[in-house]
Design a protein around this ligand. Structure first.
Ligand code: RB5
Length: 150
């Protein structure tokens, strides 16, 4: 599985940790994030990862900033992106099973490396359950397109 990862200055250390961890597990990781702690603007990096997903050059994305909030807000403005901000594995599991999330967001100032590893493990292995969850995703697409009926 090919994963795009990106971060801002608040999350360079956690990005490096997760990148190494996932590469050791056999994932192919494409790093779109900053590699320094010099202040940068997180929407630029969210956009790079979302673009890779939209162009289908990667399977999923991981975005990390200080809280994960800015990255998730920016990513969820992108067409076809369902970004889930997770601080524990339970949410990551259902972000995949019920919401078919294609981007995982995390906050480097919120969680530690061990929790981040577990969240990634769950997010990257759980599958979308389909069934009655599918029409709900279609509704999200219609909201995104402006075609959702009142
Ligand atoms: C950067 O200081 C911080 O605002 C950013 O990493 C993120 O937490 C934004 O949501």
């Amino acid at each position: 599985m090919k994963i795009a990862i990106a971060n801002d200055h608040a999350a360079t250390a956690l990005k490096n940790h997760i990148k190494n961890y996932l590469e050791e597990k056999g994932y192919e990781i494409v790093n779109f994030g900053t590699d320094t702690e010099e202040s940068v603007d997180y929407p630029i990096y969210a956009h790079k990862v979302c673009r890779a997903i939209q162009e289908k050059t990667v399977d999923k994305g991981i975005l990390i900033c200080g809280t994960g909030l800015g990255m998730s807000m920016a990513a969820n403005k992108e067409k076809g992106i369902r970004a889930a901000l997770c601080a524990e594995p339970f949410s990551a599991k259902f972000a995949r099973q019920h919401n078919d999330a294609n981007v995982l967001c995390m906050g480097a100032r919120v969680i530690g490396t061990g929790m981040a590893r577990e969240i990634c493990d769950v997010f990257l292995t759980e599958e979308f359950a389909g069934g009655h969850h599918s029409p709900r995703l279609q509704m999200i697409r219609e909201i995104e397109d402006g075609t959702f009926g009142d």
